[in-house]
Design a protein around this ligand. Structure first.
Ligand SMILES: NC(=O)c1ccc[n+]([C@@H]2O[C@H](COP(=O)([O-])OP(=O)(O)OC[C@H]3O[C@@H](n4cnc5c(N)ncnc54)[C@H](O)[C@@H]3O)[C@@H](O)[C@H]2O)c1
Length: 261
């Protein structure tokens, strides 16, 4: 088991990538702290992990609220005795060009995606600095280059990438590593929130078709990347961004059949 004996806290664990990560970590022997505002979703994740034999602690947590984050991470440490890995994963999307982005919407995206990651990592470092550990943040390919209709979201994820690199530099001497994962398009409930429904039919075909490898990500693709960054297999990997996008952001794609005739 790749995470035997490790204690991992995951924000956004009630759904999508956070849930898949929690289940993957638990299956690899970790004790997992599930942190999310969605208590019902967290309870479901907990049930799934426990029925597979996982050790689980659930804490209602709003990542935008300092006291809530500090209390939840302390709760994980009280329950399991230490913290080895934090996955600052909770995040929200906003699909709107800049002129259609309200100030409140901008603030909400930055509150969850940037302040939330800052508060989560800062509170976790208090525990991780005792014995070293791994910090993982979920960014996005939208934070590595422009992404149409996502100025607030993309800017927030660019901030996450930079934040992680700073943590990597400042806490390496304490044995802490910090890395980001940049998913492309992952088929999770987040897409429902963006498009009003899970992509089906022509929409799904289009979204699969823009990927060089012909498919969107599933949450487990991202969870597998998180597993590697959480494990000692990546012990010399610090300050990097692991892109999990099937090649979507590797470079521009041209309709060669049209160009070459
Ligand atoms: N799905 C994608 O295509 C995609 C692509 C790139 C990056 N991401 C990022 O991956 C992460 C996970 O997204 P997902 O696709 O699993 O989405 P999701 O909507 O399925 O899950 C997000 C989780 O975050 C939780 N959350 C939201 N606000 C919170 C808050 N204030 N405090 C605590 N928890 C909160 C939600 O309750 C939910 O359980 C996000 O950071 C997202 O930006 C997703």
């Amino acid at each position: 088991m790749r995470l035997e004996g490790k204690v991992c806290a995951i924000t956004g664990a009630a759904s999508g990538i956070g849930r898949a990560t929690a289940l993957r970590f638990a299956a690899e022997g970790a004790a997992v702290g599930l942190l999310d505002v969605d208590e019902e979703g967290s309870a479901e994740t907990a049930g799934m992990a426990e029925s597979a034999g996982g050790k689980v602690f659930v804490s209602s947590c709003d990542v935008t609220d300092e006291a809530s984050v500090v209390a939840s991470l302390s709760g994980v440490v009280e329950r399991f005795g230490k913290l080895d890995v934090v996955h600052a994963n909770a995040g929200i999307e906003l699909f709107a060009p800049l002129t259609m982005t309200g100030v409140e919407e901008w603030d909400e995206v930055f509150a969850v995606n940037v302040k939330g990651v800052f508060l989560t990592i800062r509170a976790a470092l208090e525990h991780l600095m005792d014995g070293g550990g791994s910090v993982i943040a979920t960014a996005s390919i939208a934070g590595l280059a422009g992404a149409q209709f996502q100025p607030a979201y993309g800017a927030s994820k660019a901030a996450v990438v930079n934040l992680v690199k700073n943590v990597a530099l400042d806490y390496a001497a304490s044995g802490v590593r910090a890395n980001a994962i940049a998913p492309g398009i992952a088929d999770t409930p987040l897409l429902e929130k963006v498009f009003g429904a899970r992509p089906e039919g022509e929409m799904r075909e289009f979204m699969e078709g823009i990927h060089p490898d012909g498919r969107m990500a599933v949450a487990e693709d991202v969870a597998n990347a998180a597993l590697w960054l959480a494990s000692d297999e990546s012990s010399h990997v610090n300050g990097t961004v692991l892109v999990v996008d099937g090649g979507l952001a590797a470079g521009p794609q041209f309709p060669l059949e049209k160009l070459l005739g």
